[in-house]
Design a protein around this ligand. Structure first.
Ligand code: NAD
Length: 462
C-alpha cells in the first residue's frame, strides 16, 4: 500500500493518467523536480542521517560521503548537462538514401518502478530516481522494508517535495512488491540480489517491460607482488569495511601469493586500527549489520578460515568487527556466496595466472580490483577478466564518477546508470528519418530493375 492506503493498481493507474497529460515533457518540469530533490537533501539531510543511523548504525559523515554527497553530485551533474543531453543527435545517412536526414530524440518511457535494497537505502532509491525524473517518467519508488526508518522518511518527504501527481512511494516487502510487479510498468529498475532479480525479470516478461538489473556478486581484489602494499592495505580496509562491508562493490575477497598475503595482513591490521581503533565494536564510526538474520549468517562464516584480524561480535548491537581470514579454501562457504559483511578472506594462489583462472572460472563480478604498479598486469586483468568495472589501486570509488557507467555484466546485472546513462536507462531513444520531397531519388533503387538501374544499384551499395 502507498502511504495513503492506495492499492498498487490505483497508484500506477493514477500516475499513468497524469503522465499522459504531458506534464513531464518540458525541460522546466524535469529541472524543477531535480532542483526540488536537491533542496530536499540539503534541507532534510540531518533527518536522513538520523534514519541511516537508525537503520544501519551509519556515522553521519559516512552518510554524507557515501549517500547524500554522491546524490548531490549526481544531481548537479545532471542538472548542468540535461539540456544538452536532450538535444537531438544527428546520424550520418548512407549515400543511396540521400538526400535525407536522420537523428535520434529521447522520449520518456512512461511509468517507471524503482525497487531499492537496504544497504545504501537512500542512495539506491534516489540515484535511479534522478534518471527517471530527468527522462520525464512518472515514478514509483519502492524502498527496502529492511531499512524501515529510511523507507518511512522517503514515503513522508518525497511526495511532499516532488510533484505528487507523478511521483509515489510504495512501502513494503515481498508481498507489496509482488503486488506492484503485477502491474504494467514501462521500465523497472531493480537493485538487489540475483535471487529476487530473477523474480522481477519473470514478472516483467508478462508485460514485455524492459528491466535494468543492478545485482551483486563476489568482487575480487588481486594484490600483485608489484603492489604498494601500504596503499593496498589502507584502501582495502576502507573499501571493504565501510558500511560494515554491506556494499555491493566492496572487495569481497583478496587473491594473493603466500608471500604477499603474509606481508599484507599486518598492514591491514594497522590500517583497521587507524580507521576504527582497538575496539571497533564500541566505535560510533563503525556501522552494524542490518538485522539478526544477516548477523547469524555472517557469524557462521567466521569459522571458514584462521582469524588473522578482528573476529569479535556482539549480538546485542549486531556488530561484527572488521575481520581478515587467512588460510581460506577456495571452496569454503565464505567463498561460495557474496559475503556482504565485514569479513575479508585472503585466498592464496601460487601466481597471477592462477588468480586469473580463479576469477574467470566464477560468475562475472560487479567489479574487479587490481593492486599493481605493473602496466602489463593491469592490462592483462582488463583483457582477460569480465566485470561491471575494473578499479586499479582503488576499490569502490568508481561509483562516484557520474561520467562512467555503473552496472554489472552476466550474473552481476544488466544495463547501467549514472550521469547520461541514467537518462538513457529511463528513456526511449527514438529514431527519426526525414526525406525531402524533391529531388526524388527513390527511382534509383526501386523497380523496374533494368540493366542500367541494376548497375547503379550495385555501384551505390558497394
Ligand atoms: P533483496 O533482493 O533481498 O531486496 C531488494 C528489494 O527486493 C527490496 O526492495 C525487497 O523488498 C524486494 N524483495 C525482496 N524479496 C522479494 C520478493 N520475493 N519479491 C519481490 N520483491 C522482493 O536484496 P538485498 O538483500 O536488499 O540486497 C543485497 C544484494 O543486492 C547483494 O547481492 C548486493 O550486492 C546487491 N546490491 C547491488 C547493488 C548494485 O548497485 N549493483 C547495490 C546494492 C546492493
Amino acid at each position: 500500500m502507498a502511504q495513503n492506503g492506495e492499492a498498487a493498481a490505483d497508484v500506477v493507474a493514477r500516475l499513468r493518467r497524469a503522465h499522459e497529460r504531458g506534464t513531464t515533457r518540458p525541460l522546466a518540469w524535469r529541472l524543477g523536480q531535480l532542483q526540488a530533490l536537491e533542496q530536499l537533501l540539503l534541507e532534510e539531510g540531518h533527518r536522513f542521517e538520523e534514519a541511516l543511523r537508525a537503520d544501519l548504525g551509519k556515522a553521519p559523515p559516512e552518510s554524507q560521503v557515501t549517500e547524500i554527497g554522491v546524490l548531490l553530485q549526481e544531481l548537479r551533474h545532471t542538472r548542468r548537462s540535461l539540456r544538452s543531453w536532450l538535444l537531438p543527435r544527428p546520424a550520418p545517412v548512407p549515400a543511396q538514401l540521400q538526400p535525407a536526414a536522420a537523428w535520434t530524440v529521447l522520449e520518456p518511457l512512461g511509468v517507471a518502478l524503482v525497487i531499492a535494497p537496504w544497504n545504501y537505502p537512500l542512495l539506491l532509491a534516489l540515484s535511479p530516481a534522478i534518471g527517471a525524473l530527468a527522462a520525464g517518467d512518472a515514478l514509483v519508488v519502492k524502498p527496502s522494508e529492511i531499512a524501515p526508518a529510511t523507507s518511512g522518511l522517503l514515503a513522508e518527504l518525497l511526495p511532499r517535495a516532488l510533484d505528487a501527481r507523478l511521483v509515489a512511494v510504495v512501502e513494503g516487502g515481498p508481498a507489496e512488491t509482488t503486488e506492484l510487479l503485477a502491474e504494467r510498468f514501462d521500465t523497472i529498475f531493480y537493485t538487489g540480489s540475483g535471487r529476487v532479480g530473477r523474480i522481477v525479470l519473470a514478472a516483467a516478461a508478462t508485460h514485455l517491460t524492459p528491466v535494468t538489473l543492478e545485482l551483486g556478486g563476489k568482487s575480487p581484489a588481486w594484490v600483485d607482488p608489484s603492489a604498494d602494499l601500504d596503499v593496498a592495505a589502507d584502501r582495502l580496509a576502507w573499501g571493504k569495511f565501510v558500511n560494515a562491508g554491506q556494499t555491493c562493490v566492496a572487495p569481497d575477497y583478496v587473491l594473493a601469493t603466500p608471500r604477499v598475503a603474509a606481508d599484507l595482513v599486518p598492514r591491514l591490521d594497522r590500517a583497521l586500527r587507524r580507521l576504527y581503533g582497538d575496539d571497533p565494536l564500541q566505535n560510533p564510526d563503525y556501522g552494524r549489520i542490518v538485522d539478526e538474520r544477516h548477523f547469524a549468517r555472517l557469524s557462521a562464516l567466521l569459522d571458514d578460515g584462521r582469524i588473522a584480524v578482528g573476529g569479535a561480535t556482539d549480538p546485542a548491537t549486531l556488530k561484527i568487527a572488521p575481520t581478515v581470514l587467512t588460510g581460506v579454501d577456495g571452496d569454503a562457504p565464505v567463498m561460495r556466496e557474496e559475503i556482504f559483511g565485514p569479513i575479508l578472506p585472503i585466498v592464496e594462489v601460487p601466481d597471477e595466472a592462477a588468480a586469473l583462472r580463479f576469477v574467470t572460472e566464477r560468475d562475472k563480478p560487479l567489479a574487479a580490483y587490481v593492486f599493481s604498479r605493473d602496466a602489463g598486469v593491469r592490462r592483462r586483468w582488463a583483457e582477460r577478466t569480465s566485470s561491471g568495472a575494473i578499479g586499479y589501486d582503488a576499490p569502490v570509488l568508481h561509483l562516484a564518477v557520474p561520467g562512467i557507467p555503473f552496472g554489472g555484466v552476466g550474473a552481476s546485472g544488466s544495463g547501467a546508470y549514472h550521469g547520461r546513462r541514467s537518462l538513457l536507462a529511463f528513456s526511449h531513444e527514438k529514431a527519426v528519418f526525414a526525406k525531402p520531397g524533391r529531388p526524388e531519388t527513390l527511382g534509383l533503387i526501386a523497380p523496374p530493375y533494368t540493366a542500367a538501374r541494376e548497375r547503379v544499384i550495385r555501384r551505390l551499395l558497394r
